[in-house]
Design a protein around this ligand. Structure first.
Ligand code: SAM
Length: 458
């Protein structure tokens, strides 16, 4: 099959779903160029110079007139925005239109982190996000993207959904952005066409059922479940929605739509009533193919609160006492809400309101990162970490040096640099006042502490 040809069985499936006339439009839509879009980080305001226009269903989302070189923009590396496909940002509209209460959220299939950064922004200081990814290498990318985003309200875990058993009824919201057959990516990624087959669709559908069978029970009474895919077929969408309503008690949630957006609402009639799905087709929406459904757990459903543990016992994580926490909070210039932990001699800070939740998670899951890693201390002197540099926490007592774009890119390439009139010791480098990372001025030379694995390679 030629790369840009559609699989025959896929054509039949879409004809059956859309009818012949609309199928012709759908095919045309697949040949249109994709639109690049970004979502900006309100906590890292920057002058983003690309020509852009707002995405109507996403609070911080913008379509770009053309695709720039993101690698060549220091703001991209500073976490001022995330490059994300527009349809996925509909989750922003779901959260805002329903005013979904903040609390402890779970993104069960989170890498590389597009939807996690969106959820992290929505929660701000009033919530905690658990961003989970089952594949270890992908969990690492997820961690890096959330460190760049910098809000410090996230726990990154690397677990199979099965491992979440002890967290039944624990989450105010669970998002399952499921691994799928990727029909919605046929336009953006022609390789996806070559990999598609009816067998793969069946395999994905079976896997999705296994995932939601676990995800459903993790939502607490009154909490929400969001299920999404980037595929069109009903086996991976409506059938999974139906399965959820058969396995668990859920209430439907209907999302208001503006007809000009081109999003298609579908109804799924079940014994529990009518539920709603939202389909994004490339001939109707200025975004890639996508499907999402929103369900709500009844108020009385099983709910588990994080326990109060006077003694916190963990094989590697140590909770610091009240006094020590207070001193550290003052040193780092936090707002007073910080709780501190030690992990392999490095200090971590989280919002104290979520300390119990984090401790419960640490006892159950394989935690790869949480809150903000501040760094180590030698006596009273900080050896600050890159994670702290990129977080939105203050960096009191550290001198800062603002860079021009070319200097910033050289720093990000880890090129040797010299600066005039630089104070000795740790200096935070910034571009448009957004931190990029640390250097240490030793007098005769300057050491660059940008992580090797993150450096710009071209
Ligand atoms: N939510 C992500 C975002 O917005 O950037 C994209 C998630 S992608 C569609 C689905 C993810 O599910 C992949 O990262 C994949 O590694 C993960 N995955 C694969 N098999 C899984 C399984 N059995 N259970 C949970 N997640 C799985």
């Amino acid at each position: 099959m030629a790369e840009n040809q559609l699989p025959e069985a896929f054509e039949s499936q879409m004809q059956a779903l859309l009818g012949p006339a609309e199928f012709a439009l759908f095919k045309e839509g697949l040949e249109r160029p994709t639109q690049t879009s970004i979502r900006v980080n309100r906590m890292k305001p920057a002058d983003i110079s690309f020509s852009k226009r707002p995405i109507p269903w996403a609070k911080d989302g913008y379509f770009l007139e053309e695709r720039p070189s993101f690698t060549g923009d220091p703001n991209f590396h500073a976490g001022a925005y995330y490059v994300q496909e527009a349809s996925s940002m509909f989750i922003s509209h779901v959260l805002e239109s329903q005013q979904i209460p903040k609390g402890v959220y779970l993104d069960l299939a989170a890498a590389p982190g597009g939807k996690s950064t969106l959820l992290s922004s929505y929660l701000g200081e009033e919530g905690l996000l658990v961003a989970n990814e089952v594949i270890a290498a992908r969990a690492q990318i997820l961690k890096e993207n959330l460190i760049k985003w910098g809000l410090g309200n996230t726990v990154v875990t690397n677990n199979d959904p099965e491992h979440f058993g002890p967290l039944e009824g624990f989450f105010d919201l669970v998002l399952v952005d499921a691994p799928c057959s990727g029909e919605g990516m046929f336009r953006k990624d022609p390789q996806a066409r070559a990999e598609w087959s009816p067998d793969h669709v069946n395999l994905c559908s079976a896997r999705q059922k296994r995932i939601v069978d676990k995800a459903g029970e993790l939502v607490k009474g009154g909490g929400y479940l969001l299920y999404s895919t980037c595929t069109f077929n009903e086996k991976e969408n409506e059938e999974i929605l139906r399965f959820l309503t058969e396995e668990f008690s859920f209430e439907p949630v209907r999302i208001p739509l503006d007809p000009s957006w081109g999003i298609v609402e579908t109804e799924v009639n079940t014994e529990e009533g009518t539920f709603y799905g939202y389909r994004f087709f490339p001939h109707k929406v200025a975004g890639e193919g996508f499907f999402i459904t929103v369900l709500r757990r009844p108020e009385g459903a099983y709910t588990q609160e994080a326990p109060t543990t006077k003694e916190f016992k963990h094989h590697s994580l140590k909770r610091l006492g009240e006094k020590e926490s207070e001193v550290l909070e003052q040193e780092v210039g936090g707002d007073g809400s910080g709780k501190f932990y030690l992990l392999q001699e490095a200090y971590f800070r989280i919002n104290g309101s979520y300390a119990r939740a984090v401790e419960k998670l640490a006892q159950v899951l394989s935690v790869r990162y949480f809150g903000v890693e501040l760094g180590k201390k030698q006596g009273k002197v900080w050896i600050p970490s890159h994670e702290w540099a990129l977080s939105t926490l203050p960096k009191i007592g550290f001198p800062q040096q603002e860079l021009y774009a070319e200097e910033a890119l050289d720093f990000l390439r880890k090129k040797e640099q010299s600066f005039s009139n630089l104070p000795l010791g740790w200096v935070l480098l910034t571009y448009q006042n957004l931190p990029l990372g640390w250097i240490k001025n030793l007098g005769k030379r300057v050491n660059n502490y940008y992580p090797k694995e993150w450096r710009i390679r071209n």
